[in-house]
Design a protein around this ligand. Structure first.
Ligand code: NAG
Length: 428
């Protein structure tokens, strides 16, 4: 009896514990039935006909055709869509923002990020200028930009993460997770693997640094920062500087047909002197008093005023996707906002994790087909070219021109890249 009571109490305690650690889910979107009622398509860019349409699909390759997300479906278009959840603040809470993204188009310039926004957002007008709190996710543009953005907005200013976090660049689904904790630490995960972590204080320039080098400190007179010194034991050998660089060739003789009157006075040619060793260089020895490079000591930075809520946002109420895409095909799915990293991990395992192998197999199959078609096309083209040969250089010349034109375009695109697809978008 007593034993039973004890174990019942233990079960109750366990259940309590479980409910205590189970986190809160602020928003979760798997884009199944009815998703269009939950999301608002913005009217931004509609007037100039550059607003792109979303396609509700699982894409060209997937691990489960019924598991759909939303995919950008038109090239050279702006995309802006958002959804709402009950307003909350992440003060004193962990915040986890997670989603999956797949760039089926072999993305060369475009974003794959999402934004969290405060309460005062007009979803119908949501666009590139709408102030946001957090922007997070991959961004690819040319060769220079292949990174995970993590922007925190404080007092109206966007602060980019200072550490370089490379993003995935293949054509498969990947899960991006940002965790902000109440101790002002953060982690960035890709596919449930931590890629970066640290302190919000250190990795964003939100506040001035806590410590700085003392500007009034001076290097002590006796500080030795020369690692090596000339060896006083090593002396220049006597007569070293008298050794000539070149000498006359000892075996040279005046050629028999040399005519002093016509050819000028004969002189023997010179050759490099094997004795000559270059200018004398004194040997160096390690300085026994070497102390390393001098640095001013760190002092408290008077500019620093702590903000214990450096990681927090008063109002979070919307999630938005706002992108410019040169080539469409970016597919978002399984968006999650929670305070529970363990739940997020499981959610990623049960969605992306469950389907990733099948998706990879489907992709490999699609690639194989594409390459086969490409080589078949190349063969027909070769035959066509052979037939065209008689038509002379005109066709060939225009071929060349085409090549040049596309080559130039590419170069220009890359040099225009600036630092990200969002910069590129702003230029338009
Ligand atoms: C939507 O995606 C599917 C799968 O890739 C594709 O077959 C279809 O043509 C797309 N629809 C539009 C309107 O782009």
């Amino acid at each position: 009896m007593a034993a039973l009571a004890r174990s019942a109490a233990a079960v109750a305690a366990l259940a309590l514990l479980a409910s205590a650690v189970a986190g809160e889910v602020f928003f979760q979107e798997k884009f199944d039935g009815g998703w269009e009622d939950r999301w608002v398509k913005s009217e931004w860019k509609k007037e100039d006909n550059t607003a792109g349409e979303w396609n509700h699909t699982s894409g060209k390759w997937n691990g489960d055709a019924d598991d759909k997300g939303i995919q950008t479906s038109e090239d050279y278009r702006f995309y802006a869509i958002s959804a709402q959840y009950p307003e909350f603040s992440n003060k004193d809470k962990t915040l986890v923002l997670q989603f999956s993204v797949k760039h089926e188009q072999d993305l060369d310039c475009g974003g794959g990020y999402v934004k969290l926004l405060p309460a005062d957002v007009d979803q119908k007008k949501f666009g590139g200028e709408t102030p946001y709190s957090i922007m997070f996710g991959p961004d690819i543009c040319g060769y220079a930009t292949k990174k995970v953005h993590a922007i925190l907005t404080k007092n109206g200013k966007n602060h980019l993460i200072k550490t370089e976090v490379p993003c995935e660049t293949d054509q498969l689904t990947h899960v991006y997770t940002l965790i902000l904790r109440p101790d002002a630490t953060y982690s960035i995960l890709i596919d449930n693997v931590e890629k970066q972590s640290g302190s919000v204080y250190d990795d964003w320039d939100i506040l001035p640094a806590k410590k700085k080098r003392d500007p009034n400190a001076k290097k002590p007179e006796d500080w030795e920062d020369e690692e090596f010194l000339p060896d006083p034991e090593d002396k220049k050998p006597e007569g070293y500087d008298d050794i000539p660089k070149e000498i006359t060739e000892p075996d040279a003789t005046k050629p028999e047909d040399w005519d002093d009157e016509e050819d000028g006075e004969w002189t023997a040619p010179t050759i490099p002197n094997p004795e000559y060793k270059g200018p004398w260089i004194q040997k160096k020895i390690k300085n026994p008093n070497f102390k390393g490079k001098w640095k001013a000591p760190l002092i408290d930075n008077p500019e620093f005023k702590d903000d214990p809520y450096i990681y927090a946002f008063d109002s979070l109420k919307h999630i938005g996707i706002e992108l410019w895409q040169v080539k469409s095909g970016t597919l978002f799915d399984n968006i999650l906002i929670t305070d529970d990293p363990e739940y997020a991990k499981k959610f990623a395992e049960e969605t992306w994790g469950k389907h990733k192998d099948a998706e990879k197999a489907a992709f490999d199959e699609a690639e194989k087909k594409r390459l086969e078609e490409e080589s078949a096309n190349a063969k027909t083209k070769d035959n066509d070219d052979a037939a065209d040969e008689d038509e002379g250089k005109a066709a060939g010349a225009s071929d060349e021109e085409n090549k040049d034109a596309s080559g130039d375009e590419k170069v220009e695109e890359i040099s225009k890249d600036a630092s990200s697809s969002s910069d590129k978008k702003d230029e338009l």
